[in-house]
Design a protein around this ligand. Structure first.
Ligand SMILES: [Fe+2]
Length: 298
């Protein structure tokens, strides 16, 4: 005897089908997904043409994914979901502030080693000199010695080296090791903010919402030390005009950097003429298992 007479019956039947999932965690996720999805369809009274459009849009997102472009991840970020997942799973499961942030699409394995105080500028990159000093600490403020610190950032015109034929391989990328005080330091050039790709579904959504596609200027870091959760962080320049409206919702208060503009001569770098910038930042790691993410590009 067929039991479905109304839309409520369909929801009940679909939910009980999800309940038959063997794996308990997958069952929990599928039951909740169907409950929220059905509630969403009721909430907006989704029409049949809108439903067909929605299926076409999801198909298009999948077709836009390649080895070098992830439209789905871009969409997750542009809806705030990536940031939500990050903040829920770090900082004592979302109860305290955290230095964790999004990995982004441009981390590469095996960036070249740089001695403390060295430069990560590998080809002529016009821009203001930037001197970064980082401290890596545990939650009690103790120095973490011998941590491996990958840093990478966009150029002063907002392009990563892998997007820009003008830049040498691995320009503005480097791997440092914290010293006996848990510190690292390097020289670079001040980075700029940049737009995310807007030639796909995400771009259409942003235009429909009157949103700009920009991410504010930031320094990426990935810090590895056994005994600690791998720290994936971004430090933002608060003077960036888009600091309050990051298209990927990645900016949190804990990630605001102390970028300082200087007009006095640099104390040691004699080749610096005119202005320069400094960034002093403390990275705080949480104890846990050190698991490296899969690199999004090679
Ligand atoms: Fe980035």
């Amino acid at each position: 005897m067929v039991s479905v007479r109304s839309h409520d019956d369909v929801t009940r039947l679909a939910l009980s089908a999800m309940e038959s999932t063997a794996d308990p965690r997958l069952r929990e996720i599928m039951v909740s997904l169907v409950r929220h999805l059905h509630d969403f369809v009721r909430d907006v009274r989704l029409t049949e043409p809108e439903f067909r459009d929605a299926v076409a849009v999801l198909n298009e997102i999948g077709q836009l994914v390649s080895d070098t472009h992830n439209e789905m991840m871009l969409m997750a970020g542009s809806l705030g979901v990536s940031s939500l997942v990050c903040l829920l799973n770090n900082g004592d499961n979302g109860n305290t502030e955290t230095a964790q942030s999004l990995l982004g699409p441009f981390w590469r394995l095996n960036s070249p080693r740089v001695a403390n105080g060295g430069s990560i500028v590998r080809s002529g990159t016009p821009g203001s000199p930037l001197f970064v000093k980082g401290r890596v600490r545990d939650r009690d403020g103790r120095a973490i010695v011998g941590a491996e610190v990958d840093v990478w950032h966009s150029s002063p015109v907002g392009l990563y080296e892998n997007q820009d034929p003008e830049q040498a391989e691995m320009n503005l990328r480097g791997k440092l090791t914290t010293d006996e005080d848990g510190c690292f330091a390097f020289r670079s050039v001040l980075m700029a903010g940049y737009p995310i790709p807007t030639d796909g579904v995400v771009g259409r959504m942003l235009r429909a919402q009157g949103r700009h596609p920009m991410r504010p200027a930031h320094l990426h870091a990935l810090i590895f030390k056994p005994g600690f959760r791998v720290l994936i962080s971004q430090v933002y320049d608060p003077k960036d005009p888009n600091i309050e409206s990051d298209v990927q919702f990645g900016v949190t208060r804990a990630l605001i950097g102390d970028f300082v503009q200087h007009s006095e001569p640099h104390p040691s770098a004699k080749d610096v003429v005119g202005g320069w910038y400094s960034l002093d930042h403390t990275y705080v790691m949480e104890r846990g298992e050190a698991v490296l993410p899969r690199p999004p590009i090679r």
